[in-house]
Design a protein around this ligand. Structure first.
Ligand code: S3P
Length: 163
């Protein structure tokens, strides 16, 4: 089986679904945000505030391109699709699922979230980011799953049925 990547906006459920998928399929699981945290030795919000977003993006892209494991499940960060090279990697090396949720769904799920620096911006900026990324997720994915009304287990089961 080819490796599976999960993409989508912050709060779409990539990490939780990824862990459940990996458990069910007995495959190794990689959370790219966690890999970045391990590599830099700092939490994401501290990386953003100390070194800026562009440094975070560099490390995030390095982590994706150096992940050489076959047959694994990868949960990406919401901004992985900002780079065309990353879009290319996702399309060519993975079966990539876009967990697609509306802005309102995301907003409800991320009430009070302080871990994500880009979610701490004002609402208009978040919405612009959300809207701009839709096309990038579409370009980078092989399959779209509308997760608005789905529980984590239902999303996982849909992916399992598809592969
Ligand atoms: C980001 C999403 C986050 C994390 C970082 C930047 C983004 O990951 O990589 O805060 O640009 O959308 P999640 O999508 O797992 O929240």
């Amino acid at each position: 089986m080819t490796s599976i990547a999960l993409i989508g906006f912050m709060g779409s459920g990539k990490s939780t679904v990824g862990k459940m998928l990996a458990r069910q399929l007995k495959k190794p699981f990689y959370d790219l945000d966690q890999e970045v945290i391990n590599k830099v030795g700092m939490e994401i919000r501290d990386i953003f505030s100390k070194y800026g977003e562009s440094y975070f993006r560099e490390v995030e892209s390095d982590v994706l391109s150096s992940l050489q494991v076959n047959n694994c499940i990868v949960a990406t960060g919401g901004g992985i699709v900002e780079s065309e090279d990353n879009q290319q990697i996702l399309k060519s090396k993975y079966l990539t699922f876009w967990l697609k949720a509306d802005f309102n769904t995301i907003s409800n799920r991320l009430i009070g979230d302080k871990a994500r620096p880009l979610w701490s911006q004002d609402r208009d900026k978040k919405m612009d980011l959300f809207n701009r990324r839709q096309l990038l997720y579409e370009r980078s994915s092989n399959k779209v799953i509308d997760v608005n009304d789905l529980e984590i287990k239902e999303t996982t089961d849909l992916i399992l049925r598809y592969i």
